[in-house]
Design a protein around this ligand. Structure first.
Ligand SMILES: NC(=O)c1ccc[n+]([C@@H]2O[C@H](COP(=O)([O-])OP(=O)(O)OC[C@H]3O[C@@H](n4cnc5c(N)ncnc54)[C@H](O)[C@@H]3O)[C@@H](O)[C@H]2O)c1
Length: 354
């Protein structure tokens, strides 16, 4: 909106009632996940959603009904070039992330982009470089990293409570939701891979994946194995064809073992003082195995809405010029592992070095 003096008033930063800077967010994609993003950026003290874009008329109607004060549009170009938007949230299918994020960065917007970051590592690298060049921030929505359970597990591992890790074994299975543009690895495994990257200090060296397609031409059942230094091994079971929903992770440590059942309302985490010790007996070849079976306890897990905490963190990173830990580089590493897993799956479990 140009004024008589030629100043575009919409490009002037907005202030909150108490005079603090207000970050203005535009959200592209108002399907299943988009409404959560709108709600959480809109409810922050220092951010508000000023525009929502979805190409579907039905989604536009829903967006308008739920957010009458917000501009709703159908063409992403209008949102990406709007001068009154500081951050663009990309909440559309993965194959659209790269183009939308790129145009947002080219137009001087910070980018909040859904998982998985992009379809290829080359796209992710290009976006990271573009953001750096334009001094803009990218945050990839790895929502689980902001849950009370993952935060607490990170603390327990960092404090050495579990000791050296032996394995990380996650089961993330349910019936559907079938996706048409990505297979079950790209749909569900980004959660586990981002959590593993966050919890485990070392990075995996190689990946093996097997899986099969049964219904719509993309793999709907997959098993991924990640090889880490020091004999640490990771395993992820993702499946859209399971009769029951399971969200259970086992972490085996030298000192303690942990079970995370994300479907439990209380006591999501349980720590078992269980383990095995090997020592040599009297004879040269005699091996003594002793099993430790001690107490179980359930550490307290903060009840937080992960997306709310994540949105607050991104706004804080922008206002205080900090790099988010779930930045483009973190998103890129997850894409690298997804690409390698896909390659291995295509070659029926060939080992792929990372
Ligand atoms: N972080 C999480 O836990 C989590 C959970 C669910 C989905 N997601 C991610 O969110 C993204 C969206 O998933 P979803 O389940 O909401 O998908 P969806 O299909 O339900 O919604 C996507 C919406 O984007 C719109 N859209 C697509 N291309 C567009 C374009 N170019 N311009 C404007 N609108 C466009 C579609 O009309 C649709 O309404 C995916 O990347 C998915 O992986 C993340």
């Amino acid at each position: 909106m140009a004024t008589r003096l030629g100043t575009d008033l919409s490009s002037i930063p907005m202030k909150t009632e108490s005079g603090k800077e207000m970050i203005r967010v535009g959200v592209i994609g108002y399907g299943y996940w988009g409404p959560n993003i709108v709600r959480n950026f809109h409810s922050q003290e220092q951010s508000k959603v000023v525009a929502v874009c979805d190409q579907s008329a039905a989604s536009q109607r829903r967006a308008h009904q739920a957010n009458p004060s917000v501009r709703v549009m159908g063409d992403s170009k209008d949102l990406l070039t709007a001068t009154d938007i500081d951050v663009v949230a990309v909440v559309t299918p993965v194959w659209t992330h790269y183009e939308l994020a790129k145009t947002a960065l080219e137009n001087g917007k910070h980018v909040f982009v859904e998982k998985p970051f992009t379809c290829t590592t080359a796209q992710a690298e290009e976006l990271i470089e573009l953001a750096e060049r334009n001094r803009l921030k990218i945050m990839v929505d790895h929502t689980f990293l902001f849950t009370g359970a993952v935060t607490r597990m990170r603390q327990l591992i960092d404090d050495g409570i579990l000791g050296d890790l032996y394995y990380y074994d996650s089961t993330r299975v349910n019936l559907g939701l079938f996706q048409h543009d990505v297979n079950v690895i790209w749909d569900l495994a980004p959660h586990d891979l981002s959590i593993m990257d966050y919890l485990i200090k070392e990075k995996p060296e190689a990946v093996v994946a097997t899986g099969e397609r049964h219904l719509n031409g993309v793999a709907d059942v997959a098993f991924i194995t990640l090889y880490y230094p020091n004999n640490m091994i990771g395993h992820i079971n993702v499946n859209w064809l399971s009769p029951v929903k399971v969200r259970t992770t086992l972490i085996g440590g030298e000192k303690k073992m942990l079970v995370w059942n994300d479907l439990e309302a209380d006591e999501k985490l349980k720590i078992y003082d269980k383990g095995v010790q090997m020592s040599s007996g009297e004879g040269m070849y005699q091996l003594l195995v002793s099993y430790r079976s001690g107490d179980m306890w359930s550490p307290k897990v903060e009840q937080v809405e992960a997306l709310k905490a994540e949105a607050a963190y991104f706004i804080d990173c922008i206002l205080n010029n900090k790099s988010p830990f779930n930045d483009g580089a973190a998103g890129l590493h997850v894409v690298k592992m997804l690409e390698a897993a896909d390659e291995s799956l295509k070659q029926k479990g060939k080992i792929i070095q990372l």
